[in-house]
Every structure is written in C-alpha cells, then in structure tokens.
Design a protein. Structure first.
Length: 438
C-alpha cells in the first residue's frame, strides 16, 4: 500500500485505465508496468510524486494514480528483475558431474559435453550457467538456445525458463505464454505463477484479475513463495477476490516462512497495526523458527498481543507456553487461565488441556467433575486424546459413575483416529471384561 499500513485502509480497488482523468504518458502503460517491477525505488518516487511529477508538466493526480496502480500490480505480480526463478534457483548437481560441481569452469565443461549429447537435464542447467555467467561469460542468447533444446524435449523447467526469457528479455508475451503453458501442464509452479503475472498485467492475454488469482493459487498451493505473496496481496487489497484479511495473512505467512522478505514485512506491519491473524502468524514463525530466528520470548510477545484481543488459537498457544515454561516463566495457573479463555470459545485443544489441568490439580484445584466436563466438550468435537481421557475417567469412575461400556465407546472413537494409547486401553479393558465373564 505504498508505504502505508496494509491493514488500516487503502484506496478503492481495482482501478481501471478509464478511471483516470485525461493525461498523456511519456511511455506506454505496459512499459510502465514492466519498469515498475524492475524499479525498487518506485514506492519512494510515488511518495515524492507531487514534486517530481509536477515538473514533468503532466496531470499529477492522474499520473500518481497510475503509478499507484502499477505499483500495486508489481508486488501483486512480483516479477523480479530478470528471469527471477532462474536467478533464485541453484544449479542442480548433474549426475556424472558431481566431482567438479564446486568448480564453475569444470562444471560448465562437464555440462556442455552432456548437453551436446542431447540430455535435457544437462541442457537446462547449461542454460542456467549461461544466464548466470557461472564458469562462462554471461550470454542470454546461448542460455535461450539451450533452454529451447531442453524445452522441446519436454523439460518443464526449461519450458518455464524459456517462457521467462521471452517475457522479460524479448517482451514477447504471446510466445512466453506458449512455453509457460507447456510447463504449467506439467505442474511447474514457476510457470503457473508467471501465467498469473501475464493475466494480472494484460500481457499477451486480456487483463483479468480473477484469472490471475486462479493461477497464483495453483502455484501457491505448490509452495511457490512469490505466488503465495501475490495471493496474499490479492486478498489484502480485494483484487480478483473478495477482500479477506485473514486469508491475506495466511498466505503472507506461508511465503514469509520460506523467507520471502515482502511477505514478512507485510506481516510485521499488519501485526504492529493490530491485526490479530498477523500477530498470531508472527508468533508461530518465531515459535518454529520459520523464516525468522527461533525466539520463544518474541513468539510469546506476539501470541499475547493476539490473545489479549480474544484470539482462541493464540490464547491456547500462550497457555501451552506457560505450561511448558517456553518463552515465559513456567506458570500452571497462568496456563490454566489462558486455556480457559480459549476453551470457552470452543477450542477443543484448550478444552482437553483444561480438563487435564483439573484432573491433575495443575494451576487449579483438582476437580474430577470439571475435568470430565471439559474432556467431554473436546471429545464431542472429535479430539482423540480427549476421547481417550474421557474413557479413562469412565473406567476409573472419576467424576462420573464407573461405566465400562461408556469407556469402551470412547476408547473406540479415539483408537479409530489412530490414538495408540486408546487402542491399548481398549485391549486391556476387553481383557478385563473377558476375565470377569469366566
């Protein structure tokens, strides 16, 4: 949102070219859109727009709105400076060239020989070496030549790389779409994402935000972090899909956990702005060490912020941190308090753990009736551990009249979901009942 808080509001979207007041452009719209992806200082230019654009003699308001739109599309699209996926991807260790993989020149020669024998895997990797300038001077024409050879032999990575070359280097979007489509049909995530890019910008196809989101989703579900970020932005702004901050934060988190810097930045800004989903997501990232250094104290901080706003997931997780002394001092009473906050909102996990606290007198006064009450709530929601624990209470007659049939029913429900303890308990109970019949 051009330097603003992504949660606290944005201009109406999407804007269309016919929304703009009349003005002349120094370059075609498509060129501005492409350049916006290559210009990391465009947000700064936008913020300084009144002064800079007024000097051009153009319509300041109209041009600024166009820059806003193109900047919006750029991060939603997220196309990086040149053949992005190739730039990011490491060169694979080619079978037979492992011994020289640490020497760029020797590795290049090994790949060249294999490529000349027609091996598509070697050919696509040779293309990457030419594109990156590893072991050989950078040469995009040679890179394209080898990508084409591998692509024509059906190599999906080469097809995607060839599409990228046509899109970014040659600006031939129709030909790019042909090769992206071939790669996408084989499930190549980068190609799926790039087709979304074309639809978002109307490059080689009519501009269609909904269709771009469809392609971003396919790539995002295959783990592509740029697509996940773009899908997050689509939900964030309501472009191509209904605006949904929770979905936006979910996709930002997936991308951020893979180290996508923009997604991490957006999560952090949203969390600072009070967005509960972002706060919870940051807490989980710090808790697991996904995309950020693992830090229990930082995780607890963000979980608390979300928990204080009533988020049951954060409340439950904060309770487990107090129960285990992770990121906070161990405090069973505080753990029970947060479990209760989440349990009354229907969290089955919190209900189960609150039941355990009552059954064992941890952080609360021991109370088997209360334990059964919370176990039952969680068990009725299908929680297998709660079902097993409720079965134990019926076997032992704690908090309820002893009832082996009822116990067996709960053990069976739990065991059917794969709980091994319930399976063992059921076998012991069946053995006991058989012995009593003799």
């Amino acid at each position: 949102m051009c330097g603003g808080n992504p949660i606290r509001g944005s201009p109406p979207l999407p804007l269309r070219p016919d929304d703009f007041p009349p003005f002349s452009l120094p370059v075609p719209i498509a060129t501005i859109e492409m350049e916006s992806r290559r210009d990391p200082v465009l947000p700064k230019r936008y913020r300084q727009g009144n002064h800079h654009l007024a000097m051009t003699g153009g319509n300041v308001k109209g041009i600024k709105r166009l820059l806003f739109l193109t900047f919006l599309l750029a991060p939603v699209v997220g196309w990086s400076p040149a053949a992005a996926a190739v730039q990011d991807a490491p060169v694979a260790v080619y079978p037979g060239c492992e011994a020289v993989s640490g020497d760029d020149s020797a590795f290049f020669e090994c790949l060249r020989k294999a490529s000349e024998q027609g091996d598509p895997l070697a050919q696509v990797n040779l293309g990457v070496l030419y594109e990156k300038g590893l072991g050989v001077p950078r040469n995009m024409e040679e890179a394209v030549k080898w990508y084409r050879k591998a692509a024509e032999r059906g190599n999906a990575e080469a097809q995607a790389n060839l599409g990228e070359a046509y899109a970014i280097v040659r600006r031939d979007y129709s030909e790019a779409l042909v090769w992206y489509t071939k790669a996408a049909e084989q499930g190549n995530a980068m190609a799926l994402y790039s087709i979304g890019v074309l639809h978002a910008n109307g490059l080689g196809v009519p501009r269609n935000y909904a269709e771009s989101v469809n392609w971003y989703r396919k790539a995002a579900e295959r783990g592509n972090p740029k697509a996940q970020n773009s899908l997050g932005r689509a939900y964030d702004y309501g472009v191509g899909v209904p605006q949904d901050q929770a979905e936006a934060m979910r996709w930002y988190r997936m991308a951020a956990e893979q180290g996508h810097p923009e997604s991490l930045d957006r999560l952090a800004k949203a969390a600072d702005g009070g967005n509960v989903e972002a706060q919870y997501s940051l807490g989980m990232m710090y808790d697991k060490g996904h995309g950020v250094p693992r830090d229990g104290t930082e995780a607890a901080k963000w979980f608390r912020k979300a928990a204080d706003q009533g988020d049951p997931k954060a409340q439950y997780t904060l309770g487990t941190m107090y129960a285990n002394g992770q990121g906070v001092p161990q405090d069973p009473a505080e753990a029970s308090r947060w479990f209760r906050e989440a349990a009354v909102q229907g969290s089955a996990e919190a209900q189960k753990d609150l039941g355990w606290m009552y059954a064992n007198g941890e952080g609360v006064k021991k109370d088997d009736v209360e334990a059964v009450k919370w176990y039952r709530k969680a068990a009725d929601q299908g929680d297998p551990k709660a079902q097993n624990n409720l079965g134990v209470m019926y076997v032992t007659g704690r908090g309820v009249p002893q009832d082996y049939a009822e116990a067996a029913m709960w053990f069976q429900k739990s065991a059917a979901q794969g709980d091994t303890k319930a399976g063992e308990s059921l076998k012991r109970l069946e053995t006991l009942l058989k012995a009593r019949k003799r």
